[in-house]
Design a binder for this molecule. Structure first.
Ligand code: UD1
Ligand code: UDP
Length: 440
């Protein structure tokens, strides 16, 4: 028997944070759901603390996959098997998951395996770096989705480039903007965390580092040397580093943890709760990170960001001049870049009403879309994919779109863009979104 409810699947820190605004709105407008927590993340600091601070509902099903799985393939295998088992039992109208984690990937594949429709949130994000597991995960999740909720205009364009039908895409914004603004505007910040860590506003550089591809031997060595170098080059600043458990484990195995601990102005902590972390982001001089969510949040708070990667899926933050990509390769170059960003003047936070990443209403948009899907029903995609039209514009091959983002011929287009070669000033005005009010 099919149930008229949504099966929501999540299992990691960023999913807990980004889904909180969706849950708040689902409760408010009264939508039935079953919440499955995969347990990919399981430490208190990586999971439970977010349930408490962001008032997430208790999961209806807890799969405990993280503790059982000893490597990625085993983890993904178990996740698919267990999520598919739940989907078979629950028979939801459809499955909804967000992001690019192994839990998201497994939710997408499990839905396909048991023949339930799948809605993917944070669809269309692309770093174009296939060495990131997350890039693989998000591409697969987008490919099997029946409805794709895109956080940015570029995400919509990325999907269109891949031939995804416009009718299966909705532009909603990123829900992390809602979560962040909820903390800031309700004054839930925990200023005391600065005293506890012995730091002053604007007197420290905030660091996070956990991507699997950055934890391989040579890169982790280089990253740690660069952080030590930055701390030495800026003795009046502190370097604050809440360490992901995986990073900690790798640094301990490689004897790097002691190197960081030995530097007076490097402050190492366990992963922090969301309220504490956002407080530290807001007061930081510069944010150095390889995290997706942290790039978004730092941008919304108007911080300068150094992203320790070759590419980013949050391209808007680079285009608008807040974010610099500094790959982990050459120690001296990294130190020079980070120090120079720390010395740059501060930037104003972006105007939320036109912010490329969202206006703080994404959770509401998503909840209303999920509600309408329950009312109207959603079927698995039966159509065929058509490639959008490619247009040659001067020297660039571009894609042209009407105002609503449908691919059209150049003469009828409201805008044409070439993803790789569009001059920055054109891209800058392109990425802004005129969000307007959420329809009642
Ligand atoms: C996952 C996501 C990544 C996201 C990150 C958020 C994938 C492919 N990647 O990466 O996109 O940015 O979560 O933090 O899913 N561990 C613990 N305790 C925990 C969780 C993890 O000790 O509560 C350790 C374990 O040694 C585990 C390792 O961290 O093997 C990696 O965890 P895993 O969930 O596989 O991937 P993340 O690197 O956290
Ligand atoms: N975060 C947190 N405490 C920390 C580090 C990060 O609450 O010690 C939050 C951060 O504010 C952001 C999210 O975790 O919302 C990002 O998660 P992560 O970097 O693990 O994953 P990613 O966004 O890279 O997938």
């Amino acid at each position: 028997m099919r149930s008229n409810l949504v099966m929501i699947v999540a299992g990691t820190r960023p999913e807990a944070i980004k889904l909180a605004p969706v849950f708040w709105w689902l409760e408010k407008i009264g939508v039935d759901y079953v919440f499955v927590w995969s347990g990919q993340h399981y430490d208190y600091e990586m999971s439970r603390v977010f349930f408490e601070q962001l008032k997430l509902p208790e999961p209806d099903v807890f799969l405990e996959v993280g503790v059982q799985a000893s490597n990625v393939s085993e983890q993904v295998g178990l996740l698919i098997q267990k999520i598919a088992g739940e989907a078979k039992k629950i028979q939801p109208s459809f499955v909804y998951a967000l992001g690019d984690t192994n839990t998201t990937l497994a939710a997408a594949l499990a839905s396909a395996h048991v023949g339930r429709p799948f809605v993917h949130d944070e669809a269309g994000m692309r770093s174009f770096d296939m060495t990131m597991l997350e890039e693989v995960n998000r591409r697969v999740a987008d490919a099997v989705a029946d409805l794709r909720l895109a956080p940015t205009k570029l995400a919509v364009v990325n999907l269109l480039y891949e031939g995804v039908p416009r009718s299966s895409i909705r532009l909603v914004g990123s829900t992390v903007v809602d979560a962040l603004m909820h903390i800031v505007s309700n004054n839930l910040l925990k200023k005391e965390v600065l005293d506890e860590l012995g730091i002053e506003p604007e007197g420290y550089i905030m660091v996070t580092l956990h991507r699997r591809e950055n934890l391989v031997d040579q890169r982790l060595h280089v990253a740690v040397s660069a952080l030590v170098g930055v701390a030495r080059a800026l003795p009046s600043f502190k370097v604050v580093f809440p360490v992901h458990p995986h990073t900690r484990k790798r640094m301990e195995e490689m004897g790097l943890f002691k190197r960081l601990e030995a530097v007076d102005n490097i402050v190492i902590t366990k992963p922090l709760g969301y309220l504490e972390f956002v407080t530290l982001l807001q007061e930081a001089r510069v944010v150095v990170t390889d995290s997706g969510g942290v790039q978004e949040e730092a941008f919304i708070l108007g911080k300068r960001i150094v992203t320790l990667r070759r590419t980013t899926e949050w391209i808007e933050t680079v285009v608008l001049g807040y974010n610099q990509l500094v790959p982990i390769d050459d120690v001296e170059k990294m130190i020079k870049n980070i120090v120079s960003v720390a010395e740059m003047p501060t930037l104003p936070p972006p105007d939320l009403s036109r912010c490329p990443l969202g206006d703080g209403q994404a959770g509401r948009r998503v909840a209303k879309i999920l509600q309408s899907l329950l009312e109207s029903g959603i079927e698995r995609w039966q159509g065929t994919f058509k490639m959008p039209m490619l247009v040659k514009e001067q020297e660039n091959v571009s894609l042209c779109f009407s105002a609503d983002g449908s691919p059209v011929a150049e003469g009828e287009a409201t805008y044409c863009i070439s993803r790789m070669e569009t001059p920055l000033d054109r891209l800058r005005s392109f990425v802004e979104v005129d969000w307007g009010a959420v329809e009642e």
